[in-house]
Design a protein around this ligand. Structure first.
Ligand SMILES: Cc1ncc(COP(=O)(O)O)c(C=O)c1O
Length: 420
């Protein structure tokens, strides 16, 4: 378990009795107060990362903006932190527009995405004065032309498929030829020409997004030239996608390294005075959080199965794209020789409900607290009610104090939508 501490949010430590502390809060006390499973966010780590992104981007490209990809952790408290740190918000759909507005973002700093935006979502965007709508294809333009009132205007970006692949799971690749998002350059050029004839939609620029959990800077740099070939615009949104560190083997580029490559390519290919937007999600939030679980059963046989009181109800990343996580016994993180190789599984009725397939745990036993680090991205947002589980709460930890920012779902809420 040496090295596990590096995967926890900065500011985490191991107390003298071997118990994990996150932002000064003991794991056992968090579990006692808020129950398990619980998603614990180190607030300072979240803020530091947002500032790092902002200052590193501004240092390389003064006319630039960071918008947080809300989908990675769309709860009001997280979105509000981003707004307080001076970031805009990228939203995908009407639900995220609503939570973003609740978090207090200036609508002009919202970028709306979606490959299947509904009339209702676009109506909401136009009504609230959302800054940029990223049009994914001609249907978005048809709808906006209907919705924007005469004399009105909606600024848009056109999403372009750069034809770039990255060494990631196919399920999180988005910029390859044949992707469902955006348009290939010739179709994008046609759509741009059409919008340029519109009296109520203005093309401000282009958008590109290669994929997610990319652990190499090169695909980002390669995504710029294909969009530059479409002409000169005022704004280029170069997407998100930088990978996070989930396991010992992951070596994601630092934000500075990633931006050196991306902004280097922007300098080479894009107009000097164009504004550059980036949309980090995963790399902004993954490492700022951990999930605490209670060990409910330990079954020893051909494998040692350590089962916890959560699983794919609060972490779909493993099932969706085989993400490797690590784990530890949060109340026994000190040096020990009693280590056992285990498969950490959830409580759900799928053999695929595995949190970590093979990890060394310190003498796991029923009643222990198990911690999985780097669960800040795409876990909360994909939480579900499978097997009647209640969706997970979120707790912010800061300077030894913890506060609940999203409560656990109640039993009553499980059937609250049933009308019969
Ligand atoms: C358009 C767009 N921008 C940004 C992101 C954020 O990507 P990531 O969380 O990998 O940084 C996504 C994620 O899928 C996306 O679709």
């Amino acid at each position: 378990m040496a090295g596990l501490i590096e995967l926890f949010p900065p500011g985490s430590a191991v107390a003298a009795d071997g118990t994990l502390t996150v932002a000064g809060c003991r794991a056992d006390e968090l579990a006692a107060e808020f129950g398990t499973p619980v998603l614990v966010v180190a607030e300072a780590a979240l803020r530091d990362r947002a500032r790092e992104y902002r200052t590193e981007l501004a240092a390389r490209r003064p006319d630039s903006r960071v918008v947080f990809a809300s989908k990675a952790f769309p709860c009001t408290a997280v979105q509000r932190v981003m707004v307080e740190e001076g970031l805009g918000l990228d939203v995908a759909g009407g639900g995220e527009i609503r939570t973003a507005l609740k978090a207090g973002v200036d609508p002009a700093l919202i970028v709306l995405h979606g490959n299947a935006k509904s009339v209702d979502e676009l109506t909401l965007a136009v009504r609230h004065g959302i800054g940029l709508v990223v049009v994914d294809g001609p249907d978005d333009v048809d709808r906006l032309e209907e919705l924007v009132p005469p004399g009105g205007n909606q600024d848009v970006l056109v999403r372009v498929i750069p034809g770039v692949t990255a060494d990631v799971h196919a399920h999180v690749m988005t910029g390859h030829e044949g992707a469902k998002f955006g348009l290939a350059p010739p179709a994008a050029a046609e759509l741009i020409a059409r919008i340029e004839r519109s009296d109520r939609i203005t093309v401000r620029g282009l958008h590109v997004h290669v994929g997610s959990q990319i652990l190499d800077t090169e695909p980002f740099a390669r995504s710029v030239a294909p969009i530059a070939a479409l002409g000169a615009f005022e704004v280029y949104d170069l997407g998100g996608g930088l990978g996070a560190r989930y396991s010992y083997a992951d070596r994601p580029p630092a934000v500075a390294e990633y931006l050196d490559a991306l902004i280097g390519a922007a300098r080479e290919h894009l107009p000097r005075d164009a504004q550059v937007i980036i949309e980090p999600g995963r790399s902004m939030v993954a490492s700022a959080a951990v999930t605490l679980y209670r060990v409910t059963t330990v079954k020893r046989g051909a494998h040692t199965f350590v089962a916890v009181d959560g699983g794919m109800g609060d972490n779909l990343e493993v099932a969706l794209f085989a993400q490797r996580f690590e784990a530890g016994i949060a109340n026994r993180l000190g040096p020990t020789e009693r280590v056992e190789r285990a498969v950490v599984v959830g409580r759900h009725c799928e053999s695929g409900d595995v949190l970590v397939d093979g990890v060394d745990l310190a003498a796991p036993a029923v009643g222990d607290l198990l911690v999985v680090p780097a669960t800040g991205a795409y876990c909360f947002t994909m939480a579900n009610n499978y097997n009647g589980t209640r969706r997970i709460p979120v707790v912010f930890a800061r300077d030894g104090a913890a506060r609940l920012v999203v409560r656990r779902e109640t039993w009553e809420e499980l059937s609250a939508r049933d009308v019969e």
